[in-house]
Design a protein around this ligand. Structure first.
Ligand code: 2P0
Length: 351
């Protein structure tokens, strides 16, 4: 008897131009395009195994060993349904293909980073889920086509289907068929950029991204300015910076966009606060580090960015990382690796 099983992994991505706001909450269509860097597979990734078998009674999923409910009409169910639909197309084209689309699947997913580290796992998780089902079903789909489905699991997941530098184009079609991820440049184009993740707090965040961003869409006047006037120009500028390997421009845009994302959170009613005093102190440190470099005729040497939580991600050319880690440890002596309340994950190369 044949065994139908496949395993795939997908890394975490960290946005430089932030996704925040949906124009369609069911299809997960964003109010602006976004751009991210996919981190090194070795450090932070989800690995997922999917298995189809005629003896399975229903679709089931385990996350880090604990079974999660697959709610009808929910995001997991949508992704599994869409992948089975693509499998049916394969089966219709080739009658010899086993009818895997009619079997239930069992899916087992693990993160190689502590869930308690306060890092979003939904991006790598849904990307790995879709990639493992694509392998199981032997789909002829490109990463961009798969990103259309991962997007419906969690918006940011669509960007984890590619390594390197990735854009999520918001698209304009009401059915979401053009809201997908594309590769801006592979990691090999600019391998010199490394990311340092400073875990400031591993508390569960107070406001989830999903509900927070909807509140912002409903109440923030600043978001309207951001999506219409600011992001389109920034998307073009950061892609130019990446293609030219211009760290100064990349860093400037990344920090500006992190700041504006947190500004629209503050502009939300009631306001949303993701950064804390430690986060702001790291901003001050990086700002001073860059100021001294520029004052001495140099360029920006590091860029901070913060997602929906207090943890800092610092992007920098590899040659600056040692200095940056030394600086962080000097100002936060408790920042010894893997000790609360402040962990350093080490410099993860870009995947
Ligand atoms: C991003 N974030 O671009 C932004 C920056 C958080 C801040 O994508 O509702 O977990 O599942 O689509 O993908 C977080 O949003 O939200 C996010 P859903 P998701 O990385």
């Amino acid at each position: 008897m044949s065994i139908y099983q496949a395993t795939a992994s997908a890394p975490v991505n960290i946005a430089c131009i932030k996704y925040w706001g949906k124009r369609d909450t069911k299809l997960i269509l964003p109010t602006n395009s976004s751009l991210s860097v996919t981190l090194d597979q070795d450090h932070l990734r989800s690995t997922t195994t999917s298995r189809a078998d005629p003896s399975f009674e229903k679709d089931r999923l385990w996350l880090n060993g604990i079974e999660e409910e697959i709610k009808e009409g929910g995001r997991l169910a949508t992704c599994i349904r869409e992948m089975k639909r693509l499998r049916r197309e394969v089966e219709e084209k080739d009658a010899k293909e086993p009818k895997l689309s009619s079997y239930a699947v069992h899916i087992c997913s693990r993160n190689n980073f502590p869930t308690a580290a306060g890092l979003a796992s939904s991006a790598s998780g849904f990307a790995a889920l879709v990639a493992s089902l694509a392998a199981l079903y032997k789909l002829p789909a490109t990463p961009s086509q798969l990103s259309l489905i991962a997007r419906q699991g969690s918006g940011s997941a669509c960007r984890s289907l590619f390594g390197g530098y990735v854009a999520w184009e918001m698209g304009s079609s009401p059915d979401g068929s053009d809201s997908l991820a594309i590769e801006v440049a592979p990691q090999s184009h600019w391998p010199d950029i490394h990311a340092l993740i400073c875990v400031v707090s591993d508390d569960k965040k107070g406001t989830s991204s999903t509900s927070g961003m909807q509140r912002t869409v409903e109440t923030s006047p600043l978001l309207q300015h951001r999506i219409k006037e600011v992001v389109p120009a920034r998307m073009a500028a950061i892609q130019r910076a990446i293609l030219a390997r211009d760290f100064d421009a990349f860093a400037r845009i990344t920090m500006q966009d992190s700041n504006q994302f947190h500004a629209v959170c503050l502009d939300t009613d009631p306001p949303i606060f993701y950064m804390n005093d430690v986060s702001r102190t790291i901003i001050a440190l990086i700002t001073e580090y860059n100021r001294v470099s520029v004052a001495n005729g140099g360029t920006l040497k590091a860029a901070y960015t913060y997602d929906a939580g207090p943890n800092a991600v610092i992007y920098a050319p590899k040659e600056n990382m040692k200095e940056i880690v030394a600086m962080i440890v000097k100002y936060f002596p408790q920042a010894d690796a893997f000790k609360d309340p402040f962990q350093l994950f080490g410099a993860a190369g870009v995947e």
